[in-house]
Design a protein around this ligand. Structure first.
Ligand code: GDP
Ligand code: ZN
Length: 288
């Protein structure tokens, strides 16, 4: 028995990468009865057959499973925003960061279009640089692409972010032979946005696997309990247990360690205000 990772599913076969070899596998019969879906990204046990054929015997437990694109066991999400055209919006960046955290995916913030950047770059690096891994790239000039390739090594990564920020252009630059459609939204629609692509995990020349289809481009704040929100802000989560009240929501409560940290400048005011805004969103949802 061997262990491998499903990199592609096509025509009823599952292509499993084990070491350097890709095996064309069918599924052991009982999968059909159990209705267990096998996803790209799944880690599986397989029995080799003749040539490079094999049979998937078992799917190992998943760390996560995304819906769009449908991929399992994603280690990290490269969350792409443009420094200009379209200008990044901190509230949106924070929503993406929370979505990653909820899915147990490590975020890498990638601010693209550095060739157009200007002052926005400093502002966003200052806001996030001490909290998350931040990269600045230009798919146009190639600026920062080596750092991006390095960040992808030994991990399974997916690209996500709003539309028009350069996700497809970046993926095309990183993956030899890939030709995702790029351009304005209307260009992409004209050229047939709805043609379904098969999701595939591509091995990068420098190592690491990347999902060849960009992920979610817009999203709502995921629903959660009010007291869980703070856990998705690392700078707030690290003060857990230090407030006077257990279950402190860091809002109006006296003796709040988070508010003290904001006043002392240890937590950025703008991130804290964003936290409060999300907290209110979650409260509003509970009223209807
Ligand atoms: P996606 O919707 O996130 O996949 O964005 P695309 O990759 O389709 O890119 C949207 C537009 O931005 C296209 O016209 C690209 O040529 C352009 N673009 C992508 N990356 C860069 C960059 O680094 N600099 C500049 N100036 N334009 C870029
Ligand atoms: Zn508190």
């Amino acid at each position: 028995m061997m262990e491998g990772i499903v990199v592609k599913a096509y025509g009823g076969f599952y292509y499993v990468l084990a070491g350097e070899t890709e095996w064309e596998c069918s599924l052991r019969g009982r999968f059909r009865h159990e209705k267990q879906q096998v996803l790209v990204g799944d880690r599986v046990e397989l029995t080799p057959r003749h040539g490079r054929a094999g049979v998937v015997e078992k799917v190992l437990p998943r760390t996560n499973a995304l819906v769009r694109p449908p991929v399992a066991n994603v280690d990290q999400a490269v969350m792409v925003f443009a420094l200009r055209e379209p200008e990044p919006n901190p509230g949106l960046v924070d929503r993406f960061l929370i979505a990653a955290s909820v899915n147990h995916i490590e975020p890498i913030l990638c601010f693209n279009k550095s060739d157009l950047g200007g002052d926005t770059q400093l502002e966003f690096v200052a806001r996030y640089g001490h909290l998350f891994r931040v990269l600045v790239t230009s798919a146009k000039t190639g600026d920062g692409l080596n750092e991006l390739l390095q960040a992808l090594q030994n991990r399974v990564s997916v690209f996500a972010g709003p539309s028009g920020v350069g996700k497809s252009t970046l993926l095309n630059a990183l993956i030899p032979g890939l030709r995702l459609k790029t351009g304005t939204i209307s260009d992409k629609t004209k050229r047939g946005k709805h043609t379904t692509r098969h999701v595939e995990l591509i091995s990068l020349p420098a190592g690491g696997l990347v999902v060849d289809t960009p992920g979610f481009s817009s999203l709502d704040l995921p629903d959660m309990k009010l007291e869980d929100l703070a856990g998705h802000f690392p700078e707030i989560a690290q003060l857990q247990g230090e407030c006077y009240f257990t279950g402190c929501l860091h809002d109006q409560e006296p003796g709040c360690a988070v508010k003290k940290a904001v006043d002392a400048g240890a937590i950025q005011q703008s991130r804290y205000l964003q936290y409060l805004e999300f907290l209110n969103d979650l409260k509003e949802r509970r009223r209807y």
